[in-house]
Design a protein around this ligand. Structure first.
Ligand SMILES: *Cc1c(COP(=O)(O)O)cnc(C)c1O
Length: 373
């Protein structure tokens, strides 16, 4: 069997970062300000700059970024928060963690992202169940921004806050705006496998809203009010470690180039796998290509063949959240989520990272074609 291919290769990136990374880590060990040290504020400035948002507030992980935003909005018991059924569990989990009710909407067949029409019929349904509609969390699945203009129109009609789950899409764009600028605020994850990942858990929130930013700074630090031992609200312990901030500052220096590399690799897949259920990117959108996901009726055959050739694949996500045991009792759009169900049965993700070379990619492409013919 040829050498096994990694699904996501972090070793090449580490090589490229070289001694600069070791030195950045050594500097933190030296100054010893492990919590909210100088690298954290520096990173927040650079990240805000990168996407053009007014504020960046880092936190412990992407799930917390969502939870902190819901807390800041005062969302809790009796409130409905609309989420797509086809997403990673954290989107709905965050809603439950603040005591609110996740209400599942369906997604678009082509982009896999929240369908604004589905949202428009789900909001009155939630009201009829006695819930108070408060927010919607569109997800930028696999790195492609959701259709924010359409979602914002529906959200405005019903008075919902738009909180973007941009855990997979930092670096993406829509209509010349970068991810981090959509909705009232965006939640980003720096989990190692995300497009911009650290060496552990990490997350950030982006917003242009001064009041919201101030509240978030307090919430991530036990609800402090200007001084560590003055507590003005019930908060959390959710900070990004200084070490992770130092690592991210190094990674940010090559992130733009890595996004270009991801784009080239994705375009190569799309060109060579034309007719094999390749992903569709909407006009004016740029994906951060967290995943390269195709649709296949022969998914099991494809995965088995690839595996026998040392090629890993993954299924994101095998089941809509609304059908998971622990979420099945929450409300869904009337008529259910047939698109999410169909997608769950067909999606399969191929190895994707900036350092996937052409010969290796050709091996993957050949394997897919053999399995599907
Ligand atoms: C990864 C992810 C999250 C959660 O991020 P963590 O940093 O792992 O907590 C939330 N939503 C989506 C869509 C994700 O992919």
């Amino acid at each position: 069997m040829p050498d096994p291919i990694p699904f996501i290769d972090l070793k090449e990136q580490r090589k490229r970062l070289g001694a600069g990374l070791d030195e950045a880590i050594a500097r933190v060990l030296e100054h010893g300000r492990f919590i909210l040290g100088p690298e954290v504020a520096e990173l927040e400035g650079e990240l805000a700059n990168f996407c053009g948002a007014k504020h960046c507030i880092t936190c412990a992980n992407g799930t917390d970024a969502l939870v902190l935003l819901l807390m800041a909005e005062g969302i809790g018991e009796g409130d409905a928060v609309f989420v797509p059924a086809f997403t990673f569990v954290a989107t709905a989990e965050a809603v439950c963690l603040v005591g609110a009710t996740p209400v599942f909407c369906d997604v678009h067949e082509d982009t896999f992202n929240l369908d604004a029409d589905s949202l428009a019929v789900t909001v009155p349904h939630a009201k009829s169940l006695g819930l108070n509609p408060r927010a919607v969390i569109p997800v930028d699945l696999f790195g492609q921004p959701a259709d924010y203009p359409s979602i914002q129109r529906v959200a405005d009609e019903f008075g919902l806050s738009v909180i973007a789950d941009a855990a997979q899409s930092f670096g993406g764009e829509l209509g010349n705006q970068k991810v981090g600028k959509f909705g009232k605020a965006s939640a980003v994850s720096f989990f190692p496998a995300k497009p911009l990942g650290c060496y552990g858990d990490g997350g950030a929130i982006f917003t242009d809203d001064d009041t919201l930013a101030e509240t978030l700074v307090s919430l991530r630090m036990h609800g402090e009010g200007g001084d560590k031992y003055v507590n003005v609200r019930v908060g959390q312990n959710s900070r990004l470690d200084t070490l992770q901030a130092a690592i991210l500052l190094q990674k940010l220096t090559i992130f733009g180039d890595e996004l270009d590399l991801r784009q080239q690799i994705a375009m190569r897949y799309t060109e060579k796998l034309d007719g094999y259920g390749v992903p569709i990117i909407i006009d004016g959108a740029k994906s951060a290509w967290a995943q390269y996901t195709i649709l296949s009726d022969d998914r099991d055959e494809l995965a088995a063949r690839a595996k026998s050739q040392g090629i890993p694949t993954a299924i994101y996500y095998p089941r809509p959240l609304s059908l998971q045991t622990c979420y099945a009792n929450f409300p869904s759009v009337p008529g259910g989520v047939p698109v999410s169900e169909r997608l769950s049965a067909k999606v399969i993700s191929l190895p994707m990272h900036p350092y996937l070379d052409a010969p290796t990619q050709d091996r993957i492409i050949e394997s897919v074609k053999e399995a599907v013919k």
